[in-house]
Design a protein around this ligand. Sequence first.
Ligand SMILES: *Cc1c(COP(=O)(O)O)cnc(C)c1O
Length: 396
Amino acid sequence: MPGFEFFGDLERKEVNDVLNTGVLMRYGFDGARDHYKAEELEQLISTRFDVNHTHLVSSGTAALTVALASAGVGAGDEVIMPMFTFVATFEAILSVGAIPVLANIDETLGLNANAVEKVITKRTKAIMPVHMCGAITDLDPLLKLCKKHNLRLIEDACQAIGGTYNGKLLGTIGDVGCFSFDYVKTVTCGEGGAIVTNNKDVYTNAVYYSDHGHDHLGVDRGKDEHPFLGYNYRISELHAAVGVAQFKQLDAFLEIQKKYFTIIEDALRTVKGLTFREIPEVGEQNYSFLSFFLPTKEKTQLAHKALSEGGIDATFYWFDNNWHYHTKWEHLKELTALGNVSRTIKENLPDYSNYDYEASDAIIARTLSCLIKLSWTEEEVKERASNMVTILNTIV
Ligand SMILES: *Cc1c(COP(=O)(O)O)cnc(C)c1O
């Protein structure tokens, strides 16, 4: 997955354009420059993703935060999110004063619509599916729920750039979609993120909100109006410049991922007893991770250990990972914070200890995900695949 594996002349050239003028900010300073890297990257994304609007921000977490705020999610609103994701999901929800409500996943490794429906209340404002590990959450049933209950669908496609559902790019299907361009994502800016949407109001909100409320209507930044409260989630021109070079290589990156993924998957399919993550029929994943299930938790833990010891790096066992699964989110469950937490959040936070995690635990305890690296050679991938088969056959 990681775009950082390829930092070369293309990236250097774009960054040098910015260094040569010295204009590091995306807005203003028109007389001193002849390029606008953030705008250029937004154009590239909108065109490639066939979406009306793209707005860059400083990180994927910022994208989630800005998306929530721009979709009108605020204090005390409930947002339904999966139990398997990155901590950024609930960080963003809490940061706008809203309440993270966890729901079970299914074998797509994404939110299960039946589980979501069970936790919808009068206060639910949005559903936030996360397309984890390049996988695809089955969105049609969630879209139906949104329509029925008048909810916003905010897609976190941070790990799934380039994947599709019903012929549309992941991230462009809900009201608003979010991407991360941090250093370990398929496309990187160093640090950065984006929201995409076809909704003009959401886009305008995002542009204003991520820049202190600036309406950007005049030529003099100091004279801009501030129709509502905002914050600073701006991306810098230097980061956007890296992204311009990287985004142009997206299709090349995806092609490599698919090729290496397929070699490993074909090999693992010969191992009796392994099953694979479900991909909704109407979708194509982005092949950034290969995820598979072992028959039991014990065997999965043994396999994880054996693969690591056998030199198969970058294999993840999410069940006891500190960042991605509810089992290690005691700081959320106990609201451990530096200062006082807002009373609205404290009083409305669900009692997570009462939750039924069984359905997700039964899946994640048996899941291993293997990161697909771009910098491998085909020979290395074949050797890796064959070593994995040998190791897994001793366990399954
Ligand atoms: C990386 C990631 C984020 C956060 O992105 P940052 O750019 O690191 O802030 C959010 N959600 C998911 C699923 C991610 O993988």
